[in-house]
Design a protein around this ligand. Structure first.
Ligand code: HDE
Length: 721
């Protein structure tokens, strides 16, 4: 992780409220007003000093309010219009500033300026989001996550508007409104919120076989990440790189989280939606504030132009990955998020991404999903941000100068001087003028075009099941269990039998055993797969690809992991040595007690309590530590919240450690779970019944936290938590 020291960006910060160099013409006075911190005197929007902000103007102390009260009317009118339309998809999100640095010049493949010089730090703004829910929905719902990065490069803004899942539901943009209508709350009663678990979605999916691959990802734990900083990101579509000599290669973009890929389990996700609906947003905000800057490495899979057809799937089909075993990911740079927004609305809400914002050296392909997106994103900003001038909102301004003859419109900020607003002109000296391509002016990649106009899907897009099956085969046993449970939850909420039946029938084409398990769980008989379905193993005949399973991610770091330390009065001071050791590894320690305020340790020193037990749950933490101390442990054993805390942590496979008689609480939790001998045991439960805290205890605990989760504990299924 990067240290909090303030890295100097190679270019001016474009996203604060300082005037951007792009706005040379903007009035200095207007800029300074924009940049103002809250002043000392309360004023109207016109700068009139307000003497009374408590009472409206009325005729007599008990009389009617006067229409004349311009101060009241201005204030209420502004309030009435505070909300803007939320994004039609990806409404709920969180953003952060940071920078990107390439590791080595990529000039062999692309002339993109920001991918040349390892010394240059390109400023970025990143917004993560869920797709389906409204702005006020919970963070931890089952859904794809948006992962949108705006690079403020010297050659203009480049937006990589991706997701945390490398494929999509549909192959052609014309299906997008249908998909979104199907997954959003049903129109007659607006139910359910932020959930795919309802009839209309599964009706659509069961009739749309191209969605099979995406469905497997969405029902895996990828769709319930532990944190934004522990999920991958993908550009999804195949793009093009173009180098200085005009040679093009195909490229897929990947973001690889430095902390590894980790997820919640469904029970945690459900409980978090109530205990902390802002779980992911809070995590991002707090980790940046602590200086534990989230990082991702940028990876690329490059396919030479001449290899376009060497795969048995189509590179233009957004329902397909290029397995990493076929084309390895080259790591080429790093993204670091190191600054929280100053104002959510001004930055995170008003940021406008667009996959059409590209720079020389990067270009599109004919992916029919991408092509449709190129229209959608500018269009949507007109209704969401209200004007074609959304590029002037500080967060959207490029650091590269923006000069053209586009003029006027609602909320125009730039005051362009002079009489010329057309091109060609002589009265303005010919400026601004086109820049020839050999001097850096953008030209589209001259891809040859052929064929007749037609509404048709290419034959090369026809295989919908091979990669869904590859994904399934690549999962570990516990990941497969989670996928089956997810199907049982989602399809269990479907009310129309025929929809469930069609879905199970679709699953037979992915894997017979998967279909059987889901059918059995739903109380149905699994139909036979269509003949020939089981012999299909295309995608150049891979049996599995390890990069598809999160079981294979790194498990050697506890940076940013939140450790709950359960305490009450008279907690043993010596036990608390564990906390220092974990903090030294950049874990976050939180003291949780039956009540807020302070408690005293065994040496009469005060410890400030971070949370009271009724306000939290183990789902909000990565691990639990129970220090010793007779009185403290007895108080916790008598507290139902504390017992449930440990029981849930065990059920969810989390690391649990106890010193001395702290283990009594583990035993109490086990008894409450109906475990016969009152013992939770198995991997990741670490106790030290006697003696002082030693290195091996600490090392074991740290190792267990880094493992993230132990899925092999005995009796987990039987525990109700
Ligand atoms: Fe989007 N998408 N999308 N999308 N999308 C929007 O743009 C759209 C698609 C993605 O944090 C909207 O400004 C169409 C794929 C992200 O502000 C809208 C199609 C991928 C975000 C829109 C797609 C994405 C959006 C809504 C099918 C992954 C949030 C508000 C052709 C590669 C960006 C807005 C942010 C947002 C349209 C499919 C990612 C309506 C028509 C595939 C991360 O323009």
């Amino acid at each position: 992780m990067t240290t909090p020291k303030d890295d100097k960006l190679a270019t001016a910060n474009p996203t604060g409220l300082q005037p951007s160099p792009a706005d040379a013409n903007r009035s200095e006075q207007a800029a300074s007003v924009l940049a103002q911190q809250p002043g000392e005197v309360l004023t109207t929007n016109q700068g009139l000093h307000i003497s009374d902000n408590q009472n409206s103007l009325r005729g007599g102390s008990r009389g009617p309010t006067l229409l004349e009260d311009h101060i009241l009317r201005e204030k209420i009118m502004h309030f009435d219009h505070e909300r803007i339309p939320e994004r039609v998809v990806h409404a709920r999100g969180a953003g952060a500033h940071g920078y990107f640095q390439v590791y080595k010049s990529m000039n062999h493949y692309t002339k993109a300026g920001f991918l040349q010089d390892p010394e240059v730090k390109t400023p970025v703004f990143v917004r993560f989001s869920t797709v389906v829910g409204s702005r006020g929905s919970a963070d931890t719902v089952r859904d794809a996550r948006g992962f949108a990065v705006k690079f403020y490069t010297e050659e203009g803004n480049f937006d990589l508007v991706g997701n945390n899942i490398p494929v999509f539901f549909i192959q052609d943009a014309i299906k997008f409104p249908d998909l979104v209508h199907a997954i959003k709350p049903e129109p007659h009663h607006e139910i359910p919120q932020a959930s795919a678990a309802h009839d209309t979605f599964w009706d659509f999916i069961s009739l749309t076989p191209e969605s099979a691959h995406m469905i497997m990802w969405v029902l895996s734990d990828r769709a319930i990440p532990r944190s934004f900083s522990m999920m991958e990101g993908f550009g999804v579509h195949t793009f093009r790189f173009i180098n200085e000599s005009g040679k093009s290669s195909f490229v897929k973009f990947h973001w690889k989280p430095v902390l590894g890929i980790h997820s919640l389990v469904w029970d945690e996700a459900v409980k978090l939606a109530g205990k902390d609906p802002d779980f992911h947003r809070r995590d991002l905000w707090e980790t940046i504030n602590r200086g534990q800057y989230p990082e991702w490495e940028l990876g690329v899979q490059i396919v030479h132009e001449e290899d376009e057809h060497k795969f048995d799937f189509d590179l233009l089909d957004a329902t397909k990955i290029i397995p990493e075993l076929l084309v390895p990911v080259q790591i080429i740079g790093k993204l670091t998020l190191n600054r929280n927004p100053d104002n959510f609305f001004a930055e995170t809400e008003q940021v406008a991404f667009h996959p059409g914002h590209i720079v020389p050296g990067i270009d599109f392909t004919n992916d029919p999903l991408l092509q449709g997106r190129l229209f959608s994103y500018t269009d949507t900003q007109l209704s969401r941000l209200g004007s074609p001038n959304f590029h002037e909102i500080p967060i959207n301004r490029p650091i590269a100068a923006a000069n053209n003859n586009q003029r006027d419109g609602h909320m125009r900020q730039t005051i362009v001087k002079g009489r010329v607003s057309y091109e060609p002109n002589s009265l303005g000296g010919g400026y601004p003028m086109q820049q020839p391509s050999d001097q850096g002016g953008f030209v589209s990649y001259p891809q040859p075009m052929e064929g007749e106009k037609m509404r048709v899907r290419s034959e090369s897009f026809a295989d919908h099941f091979s990669q869904a099956a590859l994904f399934w085969r690549s999962q570990s046993a516990w990941e497969k269990d989670h996928i089956v449970s997810a199907f049982l939850f989602e399809l269990g909420k479907v009310e129309v039998d025929a929809v469930r039946e069609r879905m199970v029938s679709m699953l037979t084409q992915i894997d017979k055993f998967l279909a059987y398990r889901v059918a059995e769980g739903l109380g149905m008989a699994a139909p036979k797969p269509p003949s020939g379905a089981e012999n299909v193993k295309r995608t150049n005949e891979l049996e599995m690809d390890p990069s598809l399973s999160i079981a294979n991610t790194r498990k050697d770091s506890i940076i940013g992991r939140k450790i709950a330390v359960l305490v009450a009065n008279n907690v043993d001071k010596a036990s608390l040595a564990v906390c220092k050791a974990l903090e030294a590894e950049d874990a976050v320690i939180r003291f949780i007690a039956p009540r807020l305020g302070e408690i005293k340790n065994s040496e009469e020193e005060f410890i400030k309590v971070n949370y009271s037990l009724p306000t939290v749950g183990s789902v909000m933490f990565d691990a639990v530590f129970i220090p010793g101390g007779q009185q403290s442990v007895e108080a916790l054993c008598a507290d139902a919240h504390a017992v449930l805390f440990v029981k849930e942590a065990y059920k969810h496979g989390k690391a649990i450690a106890a010193h001395h008689n702290g283990a009594m609480l583990i035993a109490q939790a086990a008894r409450s779970a109906g475990i016969e001998h009152g013992e939770f045991h198995g991997p990741g439960v670490i106790t030290l019944p006697s003696g002082v805290i030693n290195d091996s205890f600490i090392k074991n605990f740290i190792g267990a936290i880094a493992m993230h989760r132990f899925t092999e504990r005995p009796g987990l299924d039987a525990i109700v938590a």
